[in-house]
Design a protein around this ligand. Sequence first.
Ligand code: MLT
Length: 306
Amino acid sequence: MYKVKTFNLISSKGLERFSRDKYEVSSDASQPHAILLRSHKLHNEVLDNSVLAVARAGAGVNNVPVADYSKRGIAVFNTPGANANAVKELVLAGMLLSSRGIKPGIDHVSTLHNISDAAELHKTLEAQKKQFSGSELKGKTLGIIGLGAIGSLVADMALALGMKVVGFDPALSIEAAWRLSSEVQRAENMHALLAKCDYVSLHVPAIEPTIHMINADALAQAKEGMVLVNFARESIVDPEAVANALDKRILRTYVCDFPEPVFYGREDVIAMPHIGASTAEAEENCAMMAADQIMDFLENGNIKNS
Ligand code: MLT
């Protein structure tokens, strides 16, 4: 019987994947053979010597000390692509929130609850409506930095919306990118991309070369009024440099998936609570993929990360 220890936020549908006759799956398993987790941080934890594999139901592995575990012979898995659609859809929401008067418009409507007369309500709405006018995504240029599973889906979506798409990946060539449409233009480097895009969406992992890659130097090249969208990791941008670029109106809006103190109270920052991958479908896909990886490894010795 293999023992699998789970941490919170793992979809139960994924856990049902483990065959009952071969696996004991529980959150308090002692001496487990494998660990299955989502966002729980393993940075400072010493694992039982019994652990052979750790699988993260998600794309990033920043909550797992991969190098240390690899040295100890523990196989580490992640689930690239399994939550890409969820993130892609929230990138669209972020771009729309930054361009249309959705949030202020909804906030405004919530202040009208004391007006019950239809004619007065109509008059008030008409008087205020102009301030909620926005702009469309169609015809604008989206730059995508990072062309893996998520970046490629974002590119397809943007093309379908009638946007122009420019791509750059610090690790992959455009040709080698996940499965990119030929309509995506290649940027020679990140600075060239930043100079011509109305929106820029980040989809690189947080690894040494990408930490603070969006810094003061990079933002000095940005097209004025650009919207920066970050559903990757907060450490990819230098928050002080972003705040400065917002102050100077080089950036119009910063959309991100993490609340950061430096941005509290700013109307030009739209921050979400790390919910890019939080859909029932994505949670299920990730948990199922991670469960399959663990079973294939423990039973057959296979190491498959896609
Ligand atoms: C990811 O790395 O894919 C996300 O952080 C997933 C999550 O929110 O669990």
